[in-house]
Write a protein that binds this ligand. Structure first.
Ligand SMILES: [Fe+2]
Length: 302
């Protein structure tokens, strides 16, 4: 492992915990969550059920929103083994979003030089035994933890743990965000237990995974772009196109600012021209949430 835990020379050099006040503001009570589940647009739900084999390799089943009301859906999550993600909190729950952006500002001010230019949020409700597989986000992340306890494992973002060719595939949406994972990576993990009222952030791109610690968990995952992350993502996209055409692009790790900016500009033109087709097919759904069913996953109904 290299001494640098990140391949990104941004202001966040290691994982760190910050306080936040979203719990006191009442956003994580059963009543507030049932109400938001009731009204949240079905198109903005991701419902996943993860299983792991002995080598830590993940398999995924996906759920449809189904027809449970908010209270019953909350009960199914609290009793089951589900991971429920409400996308676009900025439009789906503007009151929570406004409060979270205030908290984000406080976190950002502790990192001199950090300037987010775009933020987006996902509210994650997950069952007591849910686990999120090893992945990276092509963005900075602040994970505001609101309820329950979760253990977050953060790994070095070097070539051994996060190969650039794999990053290209994710950034150009040729695959989902799951990365090749080996149990041997565990020796390199930074491990942190999160309590309600704590927010965790880590170096941009650092791979991570999450295990709930036997309690129903609620977190707001806020991702953000800075100009350097935009340039880097654009360069990774351009490299993905070059590689798909048989090229062998230079690693973005070895590029200075002007070259990254040029590759970002090229990515805009490539995307306008059709670039790479998004190959993440719409998943067929495997189940819908049901109170009392095994893992909270009932049969799909027509
Ligand atoms: Fe993540």
């Amino acid at each position: 492992m290299s001494a640098e835990r990140t391949r990104y020379s941004g202001p966040i050099t290691e994982a760190g915990v910050h306080p936040h006040s979203l719990v006191e503001q009442g956003f994580a009570s059963d009543a507030a969550l049932a109400a938001v589940l009731d009204r949240y647009p079905a198109a903005l739900f991701d419902i996943n059920l993860y299983d792991y084999d002995e080598a830590g390799q993940v398999s995924l089943r996906t759920g449809a929103r189904g027809r449970l009301n908010g209270e019953d859906l909350l009960a199914a999550i609290q009793q089951g083994r589900l991971w429920v993600n409400l996308r676009e909190v900025e439009t789906g729950w503007p009151e929570l979003w406004a409060a979270a952006m205030t908290e984000f500002g406080k976190v950002q001010r502790t990192y001199p030089g950090m300037r987010a230019v775009k933020n987006a949020g996902q509210l994650i409700l997950s069952s007591p035994k849910a686990r999120v597989p090893y992945h990276f986000d092509a963005a900075g992340v602040v994970l505001f933890h609101l309820r329950g306890r979760k253990r977050v494992f953060v790994y070095p973002g070097d070539e051994a743990h996060l190969a650039e060719a794999d990053m290209e595939q994710v950034v150009s949406r040729q695959t989902t965000e799951e990365l090749p994972y080996r149990l041997a990576f565990e020796a390199d993990a930074q491990v942190m237990d999160l309590e309600p009222g704590q927010a965790l952030t880590w170096p941009i791109y650092a791979p991570h995974r999450v295990e709930n610690l036997d309690r129903f968990c609620v977190s707001l995952s806020m991702d953000f772009q800075t100009w350097p992350s935009r340039f880097r993502n654009g360069a990774l996209y351009t490299n993905a196109v070059l590689r798909s055409r048989g090229g062998r692009p230079r690693m973005t790790d070895r590029m200075a600012g002007p070259e990254l900016a040029a590759r970002w500009a090229a990515s805009l033109a490539l995307k306008r021209a059709g670039g790479l087709k998004n190959r993440i097919a719409r998943f067929d759904r495997d189940f819908e949430p049901e109170v009392g069913a095994a893992d909270g996953a009932g049969a799909l109904r027509a």
